[in-house]
Design a binder for this molecule. Structure first.
Ligand SMILES: [Zn+2]
Length: 434
């Protein structure tokens, strides 16, 4: 007997198929077998009444730190993918700043095998651009592309050398792999603790100007133009960066970008509490920056929302502000932050939100099985969430090993109930199944 699950009377929001209506969705084994009011599945079907709930393609995250191998006291592939599933994700791209660095196919395979064993979420490891993230010599891009790598990045570090960046864009082009840049000029950002502005002066913390980001983006756009390579700008934080990306797209460059939920919702002024969970890299910026990011996301200049899920052990973050490492966890709050901050006020439609959280990131990674469409015959990678439930972040324990959430204590609206990976529940009634 095949396993049969019927999501009854659910609002199916599928931006790819152009579907937004209440219907029934039948899943048999690994695939969606029928959609429609008359889809019932017959006897021996597991029926879930989904009135008032939304069913959408599983979310896809372009930027997460799973910390394994090397930093298993912060997070493991298993705990990180459990957090991902709890947040509605069915695929994530893991950053290569592990120990050893993911700069060769052996580490790529190791991370992928750990994810397969956990069985909670597909993990697509990103490879490093330079060996050991040292910025000096290129990794073997061909070897990693062969091993399935879809994105290269030195994230955590910015590729400072224009020559190295040029070579990376040139070589990666042959494999249709995107080069994702953590844009941050090293000299201009030395010693920073937060965004440079009124609040850094007031709080007495060394600042980094938005120009540290935009200068690198301007250079990278020139190199993308020179090489014809695929450039992705990750965690865009400043208004002037959004302007540059808009111009680059208007000029027809092969250019994509993502923005984090925390940069879309929080500000440098929130640091008046010296809460180390709000110390992130790049830093939270001013109100004009946040507005430009929101505008950029709405009009599609910023293609995707990516969490930059950056778990740390409690003792790492429970230090003086200037000693604490930057980063916030984000997998379990991303959907709710977007629903609360942008969908509820009417700036982004539900369909647009799903596009930014699932469809576009899947396209950027070239993933056929994720990001929809949800139509008969397609893999059942999906999320079901309740858009009306209100909850307070941190009241229930996180499934991540870490607790450093920039959203702790915030009231959010919208909660994931079920996540399904190829027809198997990874989360059911809000609880991970493994
Ligand atoms: Zn980064």
């Amino acid at each position: 007997m095949p396993s049969r699950v019927l999501f009854g009377a659910v609002r199916l929001v599928d931006p790819v198929a152009g579907h937004d209506a209440v219907t029934n969705v039948l899943v048999e084994d690994e695939t969606i077998s029928a959609i429609g009011r008359d889809a019932t599945g017959g006897p021996r079907v597991d029926v879930l009444d989904c009135e008032g709930l939304i069913l959408a393609p599983g979310l896809v995250d372009l930027h997460v730190h799973l910390r394994e191998p090397g930093f298993e006291h912060k997070e493991t592939v298993e705990s990180g993918t459990r957090a991902a599933a709890a947040g509605g994700f069915t695929a994530v791209c893991a950053m290569p700043n592990t120990d050893p660095v993911t700069d060769n196919s052996a580490v790529v395979m190791e991370v992928r095998n750990l994810a397969e064993k956990a069985g909670l979420c597909d993990v697509f490891p990103a490879g490093a651009i330079t060996r050991g993230l040292a910025g000096e010599s290129l990794t073997d891009i061909a070897e990693m592309a062969e091993a399935g790598v879809r994105l290269l990045t030195d994230d955590g570090q910015c590729v400072q050398s224009s020559r190295m960046m040029r070579l990376a864009l040139e070589y990666a082009k042959a494999f249709d792999v995107a080069i994702s840049q953590h844009a941050q000029d090293a000299a201009l950002s030395e010693g920073w603790q937060m965004h440079e502005g009124y609040y850094s002066a007031m709080l007495g913390l060394p600042g980094v100007p938005a120009e540290a980001e935009s200068i690198v983006i301007a250079r990278d756009l020139a190199l993308a133009r020179l090489t014809g390579g695929r450039l992705h700008v990750t965690h865009v934080s400043a208004a002037q960066s959004v302007d540059l990306i808009r111009q680059g797209k208007e000029r027809g460059l092969r250019l994509t970008a993502d923005v984090t939920p925390h940069h879309l919702s929080l500000l440098d002024e929130d640091l008046v509490t010296y809460d180390t969970s709000l110390k992130v890299n790049p830093p939270l910026r001013g109100v004009e920056d946040r507005e430009a990011l929101r505008e950029g996301l709405v009009d599609g200049v910023l293609d995707a929302v990516a969490t930059d899920h950056a778990p740390h052990a409690a003792e790492d973050k429970e230090q003086e502000f200037d000693q604490a490492p930057p980063g916030t966890i984000g997998l379990e709050t991303a959907l709710a932050v977007l629903l609360t901050e942008l969908v509820a006020p009417g700036r982004l439609s539900l369909s647009q939100a799903i596009e930014r959280l699932s469809v576009r990131p899947a396209q950027i990674l070239g993933l056929d099985e994720h990001g929809g469409p949800l139509t008969p015959g397609r893999p059942a990678n999906l999320v079901v969430f309740d858009p009306a439930v209100e909850w307070t972040v941190g009241e229930q324990p996180f499934f991540s090993m870490a607790r450093n959430s920039a959203f702790a204590g915030r009231a959010l609206k919208g909660r994931v109930l079920h996540t399904m990976l190829r027809g198997t529940f990874t989360v059911r009634e809000g609880e991970p199944t493994r």
